[in-house]
Ligand binder design. Structure first.
Ligand code: HEC
Length: 102
């Protein structure tokens, strides 16, 4: 039934918007940002890796707009496992700080 499909799409959208507990497929689960203690972790909790990726892209973009350059590879050894580099957690604080001007 169409209405069922439509309402579940709507529910999913709302869940994503509110950062709710809608789970993506297991393969898309985050393995690093498993605690919702920051924006990335929250994105992971609501939409798995695809949401986290989107979130990280936004953060990098915002930092750039504020005059600070970050690249995915600067913090992630590769973009398959997203394994963190040694300085990633330290740099992440700078990335968060760069979200707001000055
Ligand atoms: C300044 C450092 C930094 C940059 C730049 C960065 N990341 Fe991240 N990323 C992190 C950290 C740290 C975490 C883990 C956060 C946590 O544990 O809460 C993370 C987590 C992730 C995750 C979740 C992985 C998992 O399995 O938990 C994805 C996906 C991700 N980043 C993608 C990207 C992409 C794509 C880019 C480039 C647009 C990017 N990141 C740029 C530091 C960074």
């Amino acid at each position: 039934m169409m209405s069922v499909v439509r309402s579940s799409v709507l529910t999913l959208l709302i869940a994503i918007l509110l950062g709710g507990a809608a789970r993506a497929g297991d393969e898309a689960k985050c393995t690093i940002a498993t605690k919702p203690e920051n924006e990335v972790g929250k994105a992971c909790a609501s939409g798995g890796r695809p949401a986290a990726k989107k979130d990280m892209k936004e953060m990098v973009k915002k930092a750039k707009a504020n005059g600070q350059k970050f690249t995915c590879e600067g913090c992630h050894k590769d973009l398959d496992t997203y394994a963190l580099t040694k300085s990633a957690r330290e740099d992440f604080k700078k990335l968060v700080a760069a979200q707001t001007k000055g």
